[in-house]
Design a protein around this ligand. Sequence first.
Ligand SMILES: [Zn+2]
Length: 198
Amino acid sequence: MSADPLHRAGAPQRTPTNPPPNGSGANAIEVRRSTRRRRTVSAYREGDRTVVLIPARMSEAEEQRWVSVMLDKLAAQESKRVLGDAELAERAERLSGQYFDGRARPTSVRWVTNQNTRWGSCTPSEGSIRLSHRLQGMPEYVVDYVLLHELAHLLVPGHGPRFWRLLEAYPRTERARGYLEGVAAADRLPHVPGARSE
Ligand SMILES: [Zn+2]
């Protein structure tokens, strides 16, 4: 049919399995060759393994190339995956356990769409945390940072030295702040071609 049929590789199948936490990627990669499969490559996560399905006749070099293409694709999809409110609460609990000995215990964590000037906010008296939907689709370490930031406010109000000391434990604080500053700066630029039309 087409000259380079592999370019028609369909989107990798989605499975209900959760991607590994922290975007650490599955370590085991299993390549399955199929004689029935003639022109498509697909990949999916199966537990902590990644399965890549390729046509039986593919060369070693092609196999290597396609495995890396499919891994990138999966990673991109997973980073765009939006966490539900329940997953957000779970993640908050995990982060609190990991960085604050579980001392920050929010009563609710949820996405909100009415928060455009702040990435996150919290009401310590209620223990509620809200994250702006604008964070959806940003890298995991950025969402984690904002979540951790709001969790820290449950322990220390304001942004004094005690507050920042809490966040020092998170290794990507500076990087995440830089990312968010970059996004904010880009939003202020006038007439950026292809800019979001929100
Ligand atoms: Zn703050």
